[in-house]
Design a protein around this ligand. Structure first.
Ligand SMILES: [Zn+2]
Length: 718
């Protein structure tokens, strides 16, 4: 993206995000899902990273939370309440760690050989001192700060804008998970000693904090969420969109009785007061020792690999948990390093939220193509800028029919929300029209069929090719294209081709090579593994031989033998080893009908058919498309080899161990030799494999030179 366009996009994104933020945080209205909003924010964050000159102080990436509501007393936080930057993939996580290590000029974890005496003591007590990261579940709730003076809870506040929050002490007091008083000093010390945190216990013995500031999250359980929504139904009121909305709304109630009726819950995860703790994990242990509720699933881990495993475990755990989580938070465990990392924007450099794959994302519609189904129905399909939704990268979304496009008001170039619920294929659920630049294009259903150019007829909501055979023929062609003698894409059987056609994943054979794992993985009955295998298989078949390539094109009357003759024509006039599909097109486009006829063994009917094929603009476009998706062609034979067996004729009999009969024939032809079906006096050599047939006897009878496989291999070796 160039600078001008980036600036334009950044401005648009800022406005859009701000619109949703205001609605969500100030008005308590959710106009867009968090996942979709996150993906807009991520795009903005990435663009600003790329063009830091366009970062302004009013950018949503530079802000935390919302302005306090007027009704509540304001509370200035002693330390800003930061938020976390987001990562969505292992690559994002690796990039984060690399940035951090470069900034700190140190490896994480730091060299563990530099252990102090105290350190090794802790180590022997299996203390988590050495762990690189502390990983926490990212609870989908509301951040709060709690202040305790002389062990008594005196003030609780919301994050607000990160610097100034709202005093919601009365409301927080209604939450049973939040202690109104810390445990007694003796008990805390005892707890710490049980946890082998001896130095911390000794420190607190001497320096018990008069004022303790901690932070955590207020949330609503899934069960409570359901209960409250049931009540809303009974009362004929509007349903809440998610537990977080209720938690946030409840905490901001002016009447604490309403808050109390919501039965909120809370985990604490941070101690702001400096108690000279070495690691973030110790903070959690101490919080627990003080009597706070901490999350039992949090874990200290040693490497990013372990972090990835931890995250995957939590993805599985997500459904069973009694509350909503939307990712994990990864924090550099060593508090000293964490401090050194400082703050970037409004987030600590040494921590990151590793979000679960959102079930929604925003992306752009690059094109809308029309796919012809088995029954000849035309289905519009959106070609998307690749985006990850529900854990898989997708590039297509079916639009079902013309009415769907009208309902969405979709234009080519639009930014859209793509959502995927459960195992259903991805859908475009919303068009973000405010992000339009004016360069978007209207989509029109074609008047002629993209396959055979027949007239398109409309039947209610459906558009159909007027040629009843069109869809079935198209399907047959696709099956031919991937068949064993053509591109030989194993694993793409007729049923799978049908499925891809039905879902709009492919509209022509070239689309096969553009398939992404995610496109397939979202289909029912296709797992991650099988889609990986299919894509891998397709990739290995991207390169093919020239004769196979010509045969695959499905030119009328052109079988394998004719394809071979055409391939030879090309090779005799070209010395390149690797060629592109369009070069084949250009080469044969220059052939006159007579020139095709001059090729021996090609009759007039076949010549006409080949001539017509290469004259069609549609076919030439198809060749270009194949080139774009990476199809490469290896020419049959470099010229220098072509005459080694010239003038010799071969008959094959029996089974060869090292190659198939087809391969042997191809090899002989490549070297200029000729294959004969039966033995005669004209035969130069009879190649005899295992269990030879009657040809062997005939050869002996006629005194023809007989060679075994080893000898044959020597002969065809260059
Ligand atoms: Zn048609």
């Amino acid at each position: 993206m160039d600078k001008k366009k980036a600036k334009e996009r950044i401005e648009k994104l800022k406005e859009e995000i701000n619109k949703y933020r205001y609605a969500y945080h100030v008005l308590n209205k959710s106009l867009i899902s968090d996942a979709a909003l996150d993906s807009l924010k991520k795009e903005l964050f990435d663009l600003e990273n790329q063009f830091p000159e366009f970062i302004t102080s009013d950018s949503p990436t530079q802000r935390v939370g919302s302005k306090p509501l007027k009704e509540f007393k304001k509370v200035t936080h002693e330390e800003p309440m930061l938020s976390f930057n987001d990562a969505f993939s292992e690559e994002d996580m690796k990039a984060w760690l690399e940035r951090l290590e470069n900034y700190l000029k140190t490896q994480i974890p730091a060299d563990s050989t530099q252990t102090t005496a105290e350190n090794s003591q802790r180590k022997s007590a299996s203390s988590p001192r050495q762990s690189a990261f502390y990983c926490e579940l990212k609870i989908d709730g509301l951040a709060i700060e709690l202040v305790y003076e002389n062990d008594i809870f005196v003030q609780g506040s919301t994050r607000g804008d990160g610097l100034i929050g709202e005093d919601v002490t009365q409301n927080l007091k209604t939450i049973e998970a939040i202690p109104l008083k810390l445990l007694k000093k003796e008990e805390v010390i005892k707890n710490l000693k049980n946890l082998k945190l001896v130095s911390t216990a000794e420190f607190l013995e001497k320096h018990w904090p008069k004022r303790l500031v901690v932070r955590g999250e207020v949330f609503l359980t899934k069960k409570e969420f359901q209960r409250i929504n049931q009540e809303q139904i009974k009362a004929g009121l509007k349903l809440y969109a998610n537990p977080r909305n209720i938690a946030a709304g409840s905490i901001r109630q002016l009447d604490p009785k309403i808050t109390a009726s919501r039965r909120l819950d809370s985990f604490q995860y941070e101690i702001v007061t400096n108690l000279h703790l070495k690691t973030h994990e110790e903070k959690h242990l101490l919080l627990k020792a003080f009597g706070f509720k901490t999350n039992p699933h949090n874990q200290a881990l040693n490497s990013l690999e372990e972090v990835f495993d931890f995250r995957n475990q939590q993805v599985k755990r997500r459904e069973e948990l009694s509350y909503e989580i939307d990712g994990i938070v990864v924090i550099v465990n060593d508090n000293e390093i964490f401090q050194k990392g400082g703050v970037v924007g409004k987030a600590p450099r040494a921590a990151i939220a590793y979000k679960f794959s959102p079930r929604e994302a925003t992306t752009q519609v690059l094109d809308i193509k029309v796919q012809v189904g088995r029954t000849g129905t035309l289905t519009p399909v959106a070609v998307l800028k690749p985006v990850e939704v529900g854990g898989v990268k997708i590039t297509h979304a079916t639009l079902h029919n013309w009415d769907q496009i009208k309902r969405l008001g979709l234009k080519i170039g639009d930014t859209v929300i793509v959502s995927r619920a459960g195992d259903v294929i991805p859908q475009i659920s919303q068009v973000l029209k405010d992000l339009r630049t004016g360069r978007e294009k209207e989509f029109k259903m074609p008047q002629n069929c993209p396959i055979d150019n027949s007239k398109v007829v409309r039947e209610g909501a459906l558009f159909r090719c007027s040629n009843p055979k069109c869809g079935a023929r198209h399907r047959e062609f696709l099956k031919h294209f991937v068949s064993k003698t053509a591109f030989d894409i194993r694993g793409l059987g007729g049923k799978i081709i049908d499925r891809f056609l039905d879902e709009g994943l492919i509209s022509d054979a070239a689309d096969i090579f553009a398939l992404k794992e995610g496109d397939i993985a979202v289909l029912e009955r296709f797992g991650e593994k099988s889609s990986q295998n299919i894509v891998k298989e397709i990739k290995t078949r991207q390169k093919t031989s020239l004769s196979r390539f010509i045969y695959s094109l499905g030119i009328l009357h052109v079988g394998e033998e004719t394809a071979l003759l055409l391939a030879r024509q090309f090779s005799q006039n070209n010395s390149q080893k690797i060629i592109k599909p369009s070069e084949v097109g250009r080469f044969f486009q220059n052939y006159s009908l007579e020139k095709f006829q001059e090729i021996s063994d090609i009759g007039p009917k076949v010549s006409q058919s080949i001539f017509d094929w290469f004259k069609s603009e549609k076919n030439i476009n198809f060749l270009e498309k194949l080139e774009k998706v990476g199809v490469e062609i290896a020419t049959e034979k470099p010229k220098a080899q072509s005459s080694k067996l010239k003038g010799f004729t071969f008959v094959l009999t029996g089974t060869l161990k090292t190659m198939s009969r087809e391969e042997a024939k191809e090899r002989i032809r490549t070297l200029g030799g000729e294959i004969l079906e039966s033995v005669s006096k004209k035969t130069s050599f009879v190649v005899v494999g295992e269990e030879p047939g009657s040809k062997y006897g005939k050869a002996k009878q006629l005194g023809i030179k007989i060679i075994n496989e080893r000898k044959f291999l020597e002969m065809i070796e260059i």
